[in-house]
Ligand binder design. Structure first.
Ligand code: PGA
Length: 240
C-alpha cells in the first residue's frame, strides 16, 4: 500500500487526477471506476482541464460509478447521475454508451452491473473516497465483506454526513446501490483520497488497523496496487 500526505486537500485530489490521466494515456480504452462526494471534485476538474487542453481523450474510455441512491430519479439534481453529469460527463467527450451507473430499480440490476463490468474487461483504476466510518462506496461497517453490486441500507452516520446535500437528514434516501468490496478489490489499481480531519480516524484504521468488515476500507491492505492520498488533516494520525 502506497501512502502520501499532501499539504492541502486540492493537492491530494489532483494527485489522484494525475494517476487517472496517466491510466488514460497508457491505455486509451481504459475502464475507470468513478466516485462521487465532495472529495473527488478537484480530480474531475483536473481531468476536464487536461481534456480541454488536448492532453487526454475520453473517446474510448469506459466508466463505471461506485454507487447511486435508491428511490430518487436519476434526473434529480441530488442523484449521483446528476453529480457525474455536472462534474465530468457533460464536460468531456465520453460517449454516453460508455458511461455506467448502477440503478436500484430492480433486484437484477446489481447482477447486470457486475456482468457489464466483466464484459468491459474489469476496472483498470478505481477512484475512492472514504466515509468517516471507513465505508467505501456504500459498503457500510458490517459483519461480513460484501462481494458484488447490491442494495444497502445506509447507516445513521452516513445519512447524517450526506444530509448537507439535502434540505434535512429526513430527505436523505435510506437505501443505495453500491459496488461490493469484491468489485473494488477486483480493480487492477485503487486510488483512495481522504481529506479533512473527520477522516483521520478512518484513514488510520484503514492502514494500521486490523482487516475487518467493521472498517470496510481496511481490506485494501490486501490489494496489490493501492494508493492512499490524504491532506495533512486526514493523514495526521499517521505521522509516526
Ligand atoms: P465525501 O464522501 O467525499 O463527500 O466526504 C466520501 C464517502 O462518503 O465515501
Amino acid at each position: 500500500m502506497e501512502f502520501h500526505v499532501y499539504e492541502n486537500a486540492r493537492a491530494a485530489c489532483e494527485a489522484a487526477g494525475v494517476l487517472i490521466a496517466a491510466q488514460i494515456t497508457r491505455k486509451g480504452d481504459s475502464v475507470l471506476g468513478l466516485a462521487t462526494g465532495s472529495t473527488p471534485i478537484p480530480a474531475y476538474e483536473m481531468l476536464v482541464s487536461w481534456y480541454k487542453r488536448g492532453v487526454i481523450d475520453f473517446d474510448r474510455v469506459r466508466t463505471f460509478n461506485l454507487d447511486e441512491y435508491v428511490g430518487i430519479d436519476e434526473k434529480n439534481p441530488l442523484s449521483y447521475h446528476s453529480f457525474m453529469e455536472e462534474h465530468l460527463f457533460s464536460k468531456v467527450n465520453l460517449r454516453p454508451e460508455n458511461v455506467h451507473l448502477p440503478s436500484g430499480r430492480s433486484s437484477l440490476d446489481g447482477v447486470a452491473y457486475d456482468e457489464a463490468i466483466r464484459q468491459a474487461g474489469g476496472i483498470d483504476i478505481q477512484l475512492l473516497g472514504i466515509g468517516r466510518n471507513g465505508h467505501i462506496g456504500f459498503n457500510e461497517p458490517a459483519a461480513d465483506f460484501t462481494y458484488g453490486t447490491h442494495v444497502v441500507t445506509l447507516t445513521e452516520d452516513t445519512i447524517e454526513a450526506n444530509a448537507r446535500f439535502f434540505n434535512s437528514a429526513d430527505d436523505v434516501p435510506r437505501q443505495a446501490i453500491s459496488m461490493g468490496i469484491g468489485n473494488i478489490m477486483s480493480a487492477r489499481c485503487v486510488v483512495l483520497v481522504a481529506t479533512g480531519e473527520s477522516k483521520a480516524n478512518a484513514v488510520y484504521r484503514t492502514i494500521r488497523g486490523p482487516i475487518t468488515p467493521e472498517v470496510p476500507a481496511s481490506i485494501l491492505q490486501l490489494h496489490p496496487c493501492c494508493v492512499i492520498l490524504t491532506d495533512r488533516e486526514a493523514g495526521k494520525l499517521m505521522t509516526d
